[in-house]
Design a protein around this ligand. Structure first.
Ligand code: UD1
Length: 427
């Protein structure tokens, strides 16, 4: 990771007020970019977040043979030009930087018949193997070798298969789905992940000419079409439910009242129910969500689960909200046991949290107290920013490059709602 050149400096802020537009989802756009490998020509994505991971995925695609360029950063339109002559190799220097680089595996294998991909990196919050990706593709006729840190996959032409996951893995569902698009015959993915970002990928593939049934359900049926039969399309990226939740959390800890433009409440139902338990007023509105927070929230218990359960990515935000809520809340992590690293940073801000394995017990305090802290990953970094809004004095957050990986102008958007926050050169 590159050294931090800037810090985010946050001071305790009064109620956040106003309206903010939620950008497109990181966890969708990166997969759509990878899926553009499936067709020659110019794919146009709109509502693309201006984040570092999009640039990294762009670099990876350009090494493979697809040029990614902004048509307009102001309008958030990205053009992906696939020249047809692809080099199906994903080098270490790029792959180690984002987990989503694994998403080129399915499209490259089904289109080129061979792929050489460095084993992926991503956030450092626990082991993230790719065994389900590989066993699903093996069932479809692929063979794998792991040599010198690279996965090498080959399959002249994949064939349809029944793939049943032990666990609804997001990345494995996406790779089997994209690989199945050109496979001979029908592929059935059972216990598929159902995240809205997967629905977005399915919709994108269908618009391109893929034949997929069961979109939005845990059973996806893909009837393979001929290689070369997809066409490039213009597609709008689904709004980012995690960024939306971040602004809700910021309203929550400041007792604010905000409106989120371009947010889909139906993608966040379980979380919104919990926020309701904590005393937040939530209203689904035409094209957005209205959020009203009480002077002090109430504690509640929260457990993470695959969608439609409460996403693990929301958890640092929920823990942060509980640190200043009235009462005691227990948070249980069911996906990544190691994902409590940011707790030590919150403790530096005066939070009363104890962890035991998969559980965190959070005892609310009236307010936190500002200190220097470090963002350990994207979501935890954003949670520290939210914590800083409820902390007396100044909270100086390092590791800002993590936040920039997934947040499109978090500081500017929070400022527009009245937050006392700025970016400052690191000295
Ligand atoms: C995606 C999201 C990430 C989110 C996660 C769970 C992206 C870029 N990232 O990650 O933000 O936190 O979904 O909602 O979209 N597993 C295996 N073997 C596999 C695949 C996964 O054991 O082959 C395990 C992982 O180690 C982890 C769990 O399954 O414990 C969830 O992984 P998965 O759903 O695949 O998440 P990602 O696609 O990596």
């Amino acid at each position: 990771m590159e050294p931090a050149t800037e810090h985010i400096v946050v001071r305790r802020s009064g109620p956040l007020l106003g309206e903010v537009t939620v950008p497109g989802a990181k966890n969708s756009v990166l997969k759509l970019m990878a899926a553009s490998l499936l067709t020659d020509g110019v794919t146009t994505l709109t509502n693309v977040p201006d984040i570092a991971d999009v640039a990294i995925m762009g670099d990876l695609l350009s090494a493979i043979g697809v040029t990614a360029e902004w048509q307009s950063t102001e309008d958030r339109v990205l053009r992906l030009t696939n020249h047809g002559a692809l080099t199906p190799v994903a080098p270490y220097e790029l792959v180690e930087r984002i987990r989503a680089s694994i998403n080129v595996l399915g499209p490259l294998l089904t289109r080129c018949g061979t792929v050489r991909l460095s084993l992926p990196g991503g956030d450092d919050f626990g082991s993230r193997p790719i065994d389900m990706h590989m066993s699903g593709l093996e069932a479809m006729g692929a063979t794998f070798q792991i040599r010198h840190g690279y996965v090498e996959a080959t399959a002249d032409r994949l064939h349809g298969a029944n793939v049943t996951f032990d666990f609804p893995s997001v990345g494995a569902t996406e790779n089997i789905l994209t690989a199945a698009v050109f496979a001979k015959g029908t592929t059935v993915i059972d216990n598929a992940a159902r995240e809205p970002e997967i629905g977005d990928l399915c919709q994108f593939l269908v618009e391109m000419g893929a034949d997929i049934e069961g979109v939005g359900s845990s059973k996806l049926v893909v009837h393979g079409v001929e290689r070369g039969s997809l066409r490039p399309v213009v597609h709008e990226v689904v709004p980012d439910r995690i960024q939306a939740a971040t602004y809700m959390a910021a309203a929550g800890v400041t007792g604010g009242e905000i409106r989120l433009r371009n947010a889909h409440s139906e993608h966040m139902e379980m979380l919104l129910r919990r926020f309701g338990d904590m005393g937040l007023g939530i209203t689904a509105q035409e094209g957005g969500i209205g959020v009203w927070a009480p002077a002090r929230m109430r504690a509640t218990d929260v457990a993470t689960l695959p969608y439609p359960g409460i996403a693990t990515d929301y958890k640092p935000l929920v823990v942060t909200m509980l640190t200043v809520a009235e009462g005691v809340g227990i948070v249980t992590e069911n996906l990544y046991p190691g994902r409590f690293r940011y707790v030590e940073e919150l403790q530096r801000l005066g939070a009363d949290i104890s962890t035991d394995g998969h559980h965190a017990v959070v005892r609310g305090v009236p307010h936190l107290s500002g200190a220097p802290v470090r963002a350990p990953d994207i979501r935890a970094g954003a949670a520290l920013v939210v914590a800083g809004l409820a902390a007396e004095g100044e909270t100086v957050i390092g590791g800002v490059h993590h936040i920039d990986r997934g947040y499109d102008d978090l500081v500017g958007r929070l400022r527009s709602l009245g937050a006392d926050i700025e970016r400052r050169p690191a000295v």
